[in-house]
Design a protein around this ligand. Structure first.
Ligand code: NAD
Length: 263
């Protein structure tokens, strides 16, 4: 299937590892020019080199914090300056910390909002004029299956990510006439650094071994195993592609069947 992505420009947040990096690699494999960011320069540079080596495409790597408005503006402006256009925006950053309600101060809530909600608002705001100039575009937000079924001990994620779903659905209606399609992709349990560290924390808190927690996690998934970052990236690449031109306003999980909710 020709995905029609050759020569398109994609900007991907939080992409020095994990799902963001897999998305950047997947889009680059289809011929997109990609701009990636992360806060730390060194791992970001290594990820960019790996994508360049594997795909031969041009990669822009800018050290930016998606929780900071000025960094986002610099990221979007730098992408357009380097590649001359912008077609695809993938909103992604690290997830908020674990913990029940009473553990989180106002500062923690604000940090989660900045990193996992306002990051999307700000990136979309900065990107819109450029997408419109191209006659359309794609916005894909990486959220979590927590938006369909809250996860115990992850109240920041459960709350803040639902705002992204409301934002995306509303924007899909507002921006439809401009041919700008907006969708959410919800990773289920996916074996990345984030997942490893969540499982390590749970094992520590509950006085169990990492292996025990991992086996339990796999058992909860109808397919019997966690997904990989590439599994999530496959859906993102499709949603960014020409054949997905009729799909907007959706919230789709990649979770091996782990979500219990019907929709
Ligand atoms: P990860 O921690 O492995 O990778 C996150 C990437 O984002 C890294 O490159 C990191 O450097 C970068 N990053 C983090 N905060 C940033 C910031 N403020 N600004 C710029 N870059 C930043 O995470 P992952 O597993 O790839 O997850 C990606 C997203 O998907 C996260 O929001 C996570 O909560 C969510 N998610 C993951 C899973 C899972 O099982 N892995 C499940 C549900 C949701």
């Amino acid at each position: 299937m020709d995905l029609g992505l050759k020569g398109k420009v994609a900007l991907i947040g939080g992409a020095s590892r994990g799902i963001g990096k897999a998305v950047a690699m997947g889009l680059a494999r289809e011929g997109c020019l990609v701009a990636i960011c992360a806060r730390n320069e060194q791992p970001l540079r290594e990820a960019a080199d790996e994508i360049r080596r594997a795909t031969g495409v041009d990669v822009l790597a800018l050290a930016c914090d998606m929780a900071r408005a000025e960094d986002i503006e610099r990221f979007v402006a730098g992408t357009v300056e380097r590649f001359g256009r912008l077609d695809i925006v993938v909103n992604n950053a690290g997830g908020p910390p674990l913990g029940a309600f009473e553990r989180h101060s106002d500062e923690a809530w604000q940090a989660a909002l900045d990193q996992n909600f306002l990051s999307a608002v700000r990136t979309i705001r900065a990107a819109l004029p450029h997408l419109r100039k191209q006659g359309g575009g794609r916005i894909i937000n990486i959220t979590s299956y927590a938006v369909k079924q809250p996860l115990d001990g992850l109240i920041l994620s459960n709350s803040v990510r639902l705002a992204v779903v409301g934002l995306a659905k509303t924007l899909s209606r507002e921006l439809g006439p401009d041919n700008i399609l907006v969708n959410n992709v919800c990773p289920g349990p996916t074996l990345t650094d984030r997942m490893q560290s969540l499982m390590r924390s749970r094992a520590e808190n509950e006085g169990r071994s990492f292996e025990e927690v991992a086996a339990e996690e796999n058992k909860r998934i109808p397919l019997g195993h966690m997904g990989t970052a590439d599994d999530v990236a496959a859906l993102v690449v499709f949603l960014a592609s020409e054949p997905a031109r009729q799909i907007t306003g959706t919230t789709i999980q990649v979770d091996g069947g782990a979500t219990g909710a019907v929709f």
